[in-house]
Design a protein around this ligand. Structure first.
Ligand SMILES: Cc1ncc(COP(=O)(O)O)c(C=O)c1O
Length: 418
């Protein structure tokens, strides 16, 4: 009897949803104008496809395949046992803000006051969105790296700003050309986003490039969002410089960071923003009325990540390094593929222009024929066209198998063409 009534309720609900969806389709205009041109992330779509296709290997998603360090998991259990299940201060628990302040001072000799200059956010994603909503006035222009991380442009558009693409081209080592950046600055330019180590190219901006970009920011009174989520995922002798350490930059930079990549804590959703008090307090206002505070248990886990042993980070990076070399070597051996050796993050971004197919067509072909997911470069902006992004945040064995499959598929593609 009870089951029957649940069944009826479900049918009724399903019909109601169908009807609502039908109406919704006819009423696209109910979306705000700001959302007008924003499309769902191509990466999320790939994420969905991976689940539907059997035996597929995903090199699509940018999340480490490791588990967080054991002391982080212990901290979660302890937080639950200690009843840390309530709201906390909007800017984050003091233990975490203090641990972050220590990290900036230890790593970069930068002093941020944990009271007012550090904000704990829902990943770096929220930090970027908050900065846009807190800083932009209608039509303010934001310089965005292109190709660039998929959240930047929508974050600007949702906040009512105007994204301006800064081409980050292979010919320039996937680094911005300073003359070109200068030519893109107008009286409406307000914010510049810098992301090094970079997603999707894996490039790292060196001291000189960052110094020149900083000079430009100071001369043009720009606020800079420096997305440094891959700061510790760097290879060989490369060095990461925190942008706020450059002359005149501390007072105009919001450093964005995250626990997602360094500690393999993507699902915890903890990140941070550090910057001058007026900018952080503006961001806190938006954060407070949007999410109230970041998940309390996750904040204790993040504190443990910063305060505990760091050897898991170097172990993870040396495994990424082995995969990076292998993947670039194999891709470099394939006809029509040219692969730049990335210096940071966990992505290879090979040039596939010689195939005469768009990156979306080639990625779809590889998905169907090789059952391997790689992200089309066009998902990262128009200057990403002609490239594919391979995430090597997956096991070495899977990478070997994926590249074997891709090589066979590409050979087949060539033989059908000739
Ligand atoms: C450059 C960059 N910034 C920010 C993020 C978002 O990270 P989080 O998980 O902290 O929101 C990512 C995730 O892929 C990224 O690649």
């Amino acid at each position: 009897m009870r089951n029957e009534s649940i069944g009826k309720r479900q049918t009724f609900y399903a019909e109601e949803v169908k009807e609502t969806q039908g109406n919704y389709l006819q009423m696209r205009s109910r979306r705000s104008k700001r959302l007008g041109n924003i499309k769902a992330s191509a990466i999320r779509r790939l994420f969905g496809l991976v689940k539907q296709i059997p035996d597929v290997i995903s090199l699509g998603i940018g999340e480490p395949d490791f588990t967080p360090p054991p002391n982080v998991l212990d901290a979660v259990k302890r937080a639950l046992d200690d009843g840390k299940t309530h709201y906390v201060l909007s800017d984050g628990i003091s233990e975490l803000r203090e641990a972050l302040a220590k990290k900036f001072s230890r790593d970069y000799d930068l002093f941020y006051n944990p009271e007012g200059e550090i904000l704990v956010t829902v990943g770096a994603t929220e930090a970027v969105a908050l900065a846009m909503q807190a800083l932009l006035n209608p039509d303010d222009e934001v310089l965005i790296p292109n190709p660039g991380f998929v959240c930047y442009e929508p974050a600007v558009l949702i906040a009512g700003g105007t994204p301006v693409s800064v081409p980050i081209l292979e010919g320039n080592g996937f680094k911005p050309d300073i003359e070109n950046v200068t030519s893109l600055i107008t009286s409406k330019s307000r914010v510049m986003i810098i992301n090094s180590p970079n997603n999707p190219t894996g490039a790292i901006y060196g001291y000189n490039e960052l110094a020149e970009l900083s000079k430009l920011a100071v001369e043009n009174d720009l606020i800079v969002i420096s997305d440094e989520v891959y700061e510790r995922i760097i290879y060989g002798n490369t060095k990461h410089y925190c942008l706020a350490t450059f002359p005149g930059m501390r007072e105009r930079t919001i450093v964005v960071n995250s626990f997602s990549k360094t500690y393999a804590m993507t699902g915890f959703r903890v990140g941070c923003a550090a910057g001058p008090r007026d900018l952080i307090s503006a961001m806190l206002l938006v954060h407070q009325f949007t999410v109230a505070c970041v998940d309390t248990v996750a904040q204790y886990a993040a504190t443990a990540a910063l305060e505990g042993p760091q050897d898991s980070v170097s172990t993870m990076v040396s495994m990424f390094d082995k995969r990076r070399r292998f993947i670039c070597e194999r891709l470099g051996e394939m006809e029509h593929v040219r692969c730049f050796l990335p210096e940071g993050a966990f992505y290879a971004f090979p040039n596939i222009k010689e195939f005469g197919k768009t990156s979306a067509e080639l990625s779809e072909y590889l998905l169907k024929e090789a059952r391997v997911v790689v992200t089309p470069g066009s998902a990262f902006g128009k200057y990403g066209e002609g490239y594919l992004r391979f995430s090597y945040a997956t096991s070495f064995e899977k990478i070997v198998e994926a590249l074997d499959r891709i090589e066979r598929t590409i050979r087949k593609l060539r033989s059908t063409k000739s």
